[in-house]
Design a protein around this ligand. Sequence first.
Ligand code: ZN
Length: 327
Amino acid sequence: MLHCSKQSGKIKKNNAEQTMTIAYLSHHDCLLHDMGPHHPEQPARLSAINDRLIASGLEMVLRHHDAPLATRELLEAVHDPEYIDQIFAASPSEGLVWVDGDTAMNPHSLNAALRAAGAVALGVDLVMEGKAKQVFCAVRPPGHHAERHRAMGFCLFNNIAVGAYHALDRYGLERVAIVDFDVHHGNGTEDIVSGDRRVLFCSTFQHPFYPHSGFDSTAANVVNAPLPAGSGGRVFREAVETHWLPRLEAFAPQLILVSAGFDAHQADDMANLNLVDADYAWVTRRLCEQAQRSATGRVVSSLEGGYELHALARSVEAHLKAFLGDN
Ligand SMILES: [Zn+2]
């Protein structure tokens, strides 16, 4: 009897710990990927987020994990083998190699990209094994522009898609949702998941705008909500309520993955949407509510864009605080 009560006490404590913490996945390699001093996708983005989480006290509720390197098998679930070979072959021993007009590799970029994809896969492991309820991957390079066979828009491997297919393949899930509130359309994610009814891809993005895709998608599993330049929180929230939430409710995802880009912030001059910190908190709460209804609360979020360092750091703080509010 004593043994039993001890066990149940331990379980209770673990559950309490799990609901009070957010798993925070990152790696030093992600700071070493550097595309030059004038490139907006810079290591300082992660430093700004880390500094803000310490200053805000949120650091206290984060459980840190080092992101592992994604395996070849994980990458091959979403990328052509020939493309993976090209990226490995392009990795320079010194200097920068450009693999797309906007996207370069330095000697550390390959490992950073493997860590970024590996982070989302580990995040899936943590929530599927009940070791965490919510995960944030503070990683770079981002991933949502990387197509099955093409690097693009600062992205080498499609981190969020790697996580989705890991959940489908390793854990046998039947329904995984990917939601993407980055200001740019996640053309890479759509390229990879389009037509796969096990994945629901919901996106908001500025249109017309880079990468000039998504506005004419016809796949049944893709829910795109283009937003005109100048749109603020009211228009964004209406789009989420009208387009995303009913489809998410009907789909009943067993896991929600988030392509968390914060470049739709009004302070971010990469684009022309006018979201504020509170909009990121709001959308995060809606996603957590859906996750509670169909996914036992499981949410794995991974950093995409966000280039104004103060707005980025505050928005991540709002995103993570909304996770805690869910508990
Ligand atoms: Zn973006």
